[in-house]
Each structure stands twice: as structure tokens, then as C-alpha cells.
Design a protein around this ligand. Structure first.
Ligand code: ASP
Length: 318
């Protein structure tokens, strides 16, 4: 299915990648019966965080260059209502933690040990974040083997970890879960959660937890979430750019194209370097696009939950 600037009806969920369908399924009944969009996006992200088969989010995510896990997440409802955590190393449900930053503090972002201590102070139990499978993948990567990863239900490009060095990572796939929802009252919320780039340098944080880069929600313009090579998205403030385009009158498709074409022009990505982006306007129109093939989005509405190809791909031949 190739949706064309699709129009959704309320309530509605739009998420990156097909692995988000489990989380959307979990969140949908409550959203459908009048629940909050913020609860919906947090429920969907939490499910991916707990799923050890998802190797890019939460438990099961791949670690950094020294085998240490760190998680990033953000929730956003408006420029005034946003919370984020980066480089969390002892707590699993970072989307909930980002929500607590938003709801219980006057700050937007907590980082590293400060974020973990905040979770401790709220009595949130600590969790081992590195799964046995992820540890083995790291050991294979460290010893120079090429490690395959599960495909995204047939739509992932099935790329290999081909880089011996995180600095030279040019073909390593990495897939943030990003979720946007509009509830029956018309309130929009967004969330994203990631373990970041596999085998990244310790301390590296990408676009995902940074409002305006990996995620942005503004009731005046809509919402957007990005996935893929965070450094590219950060270079163009990708999610802010998409929402700002919609605020100024662009359709979601035009907004998505503007972000991806700007990334192409400025960063000149290598053939298999990926960025995917989803965009949802306040009136329910939505779109999704990617630099190259392999990206998928999940939608949840009254007709069910399905994963579909993005509306537009900049380099479909790749
Ligand atoms: N964008 C995320 C990052 O660069 C990774 C991803 O989407 O998988 O950390």
C-alpha cells in the first residue's frame, strides 16, 4: 500500500518501523475508547523497550564500543511540554522516565548518571539492560565478524554490520521507535526510544532524545519523529523542520520531502545510509518518507493495525 498524504480520523497512531505494531496493538484499545494520546505513545514505546527481539530499543538493544548499554528517550506534546533522558544505563523504561521529567520537574532533559539517579529517587527498580544476545553480537563485532541482525519483517533492507569501527559506521542500521498519536479529543503526543547507534563511541547521543531533532510536536503544526542516522537528522533539525513546514502550510508529504532532500543536499549520505521520518498534521493528514528502501511505518486506526511502506523514498533504487 502506498498512501498518498493519507487522511486519518481520530483517534490515530503512526509509528516508525513494523516492530512497533506490537506496541500499537497494546496501546490502541485504550486510545480507541477515549484514552490519552500520551498514554498511547508511552505504552507503545514501553512494549518495544521490553522486547528483547528488538535490537535497537531497550533490553535487547546493542551496546556501545565497550559493550555498555545506554538508552535515550523523549516525550513531547508541545514546545512547553516536553521531557527527555539521555544515556540512561540502569533503567529500562526510559520513555516513562522522560515523561516523569516532563511531569515532575521544571527541566526538559536529564543525562547519564543524573537521569538514573532521578529514577532511583522515584523508586524505579534498576534493570540489567544488556541481553545475552546483544552481548554476543557485540563480541562478534569486536572480534571483527560481520553480525547479521533480524530483518524488519521483510521490509528491512537486511543490511549487515559491516564496519570494524564505530567511527566509520556507515552501513550499520539502527531503528528508533517513534510514535505519534492523536486522541479522541484531538490532542497529539509523541514519544521515541532508542539504544542509539550500535557500537557507538561511549557518550555518543543521537537525535532521538533531543526535541527538534529526533522528535517534535507542536499543536500549531503537528508532530514528526525521525529514525536512522541521527547525525544527519541533527544537522538539519529534522523533526522541527518537518513540523515548521506544516505550520507554514506544507502538506505532511511536502514536509517529509523537505527534510530528506535537505539531508541529501547537505550530508550527502552514502547509498545505504538511512533516515526515515513520519509526520502527522493536527487535522490528521500524515505521511512518511525515507532516504532509501527498507523503512516501514505502522498505523493504527479504527480499521486495524498495519505496517506499510512509506509514501515517498528519495532513492528507491537503493
Ligand atoms: N536515530 C537514532 C540515533 O541516531 C538511531 C535510530 O533511529 O535507530 O541514535
Amino acid at each position: 500500500m502506498q498512501p498518498q498524504n493519507s487522511q486519518s480520523s481520530k483517534p490515530f497512531m503512526l509509528a516508525t518501523w513494523s516492530f512497533s505494531s506490537n506496541g500499537c496493538s497494546l496501546a490502541w484499545p485504550n486510545l480507541h475508547s477515549g484514552g490519552d494520546s500520551l498514554d498511547a505513545v508511552c505504552t507503545a514505546a514501553r512494549e518495544a523497550e521490553a522486547d528483547s527481539k528488538v535490537d535497537s530499543v531497550g533490553f535487547g538493544g546493542l551496546p556501545d564500543v565497550i559493550g555498555r548499554m545506554s538508552l535515550d528517550a523523549c516525550v513531547m506534546m508541545s514546545p512547553e511540554k516536553c521531557g527527555s533522558v539521555c544515556a540512561v544505563s540502569r533503567h529500562l523504561h526510559v520513555t516513562d522516565l522522560a515523561r516523569l521529567v516532563m511531569e515532575r520537574t521544571s527541566h526538559v532533559m536529564l543525562v547519564g548518571e543524573g537521569a538514573d539517579s532521578f529514577a532511583d529517587s522515584l523508586g524505579i527498580p534498576q534493570t540489567e539492560l544488556l541481553s545475552d544476545e546483544a552481548r554476543r553480537a557485540w563480541e562478534r563485532w569486536r572480534s571483527g565478524e560481520r553480525a547479521t541482525r533480524p530483518t524488519d519483517q521483510g521490509v528491512d533492507s537486511g543490511k549487515l554490520f559491516s564496519s570494524p569501527s564505530p567511527i566509520g559506521e556507515k552501513h550499520i542500521p539502527h531503528d528508533t521507535i517513534g510514535v505519534l498519536a492523536i486522541d479522541t479529543r484531538g490532542v497529539m503526543a509523541g514519544a521515541c526510544s532508542t539504544s542509539g547507534m550500535p557500537f557507538k563511541l561511549s557518550g555518543r547521543v543521537g537525535d532521538s532524545p533531543i526535541p527538534g531533532h529526533g522528535i517534535y510536536v507542536d499543536p500549531e503544526g503537528g508532530g514528526a519523529v525521525a529514525t536512522g542516522t541521527g547525525e544527519f537528522v541533527m544537522g538539519v533539525s529534522g523533526s522541527f523542520l518537518a513540523v515548521e513546514c506544516m505550520r507554514r502550510g506544507s502538506t505532511p508529504l511536502e514536509a517529509v520531502r523537505e527534510v530528506l532532500e535537505r539531508i541529501e543536499r547537505r550530508h550527502k549520505p552514502l547509498p545505504h545510509q538511512q533516515v526515515g521520518i513520519i509526520a502527522l498534521a493536527p487535522d490528521g493528514r500524515w505521511s512518511a518518507g525515507a532516504l532509501c528502501s527498507g523503512f516501514a511505518v505502522t498505523i493504527a486506526d479504527a480499521s486495524g493495525i498495519q505496517s506499510v511502506a512509506p509514501e515517498w523514498i528519495l532513492r528507491p533504487e537503493v
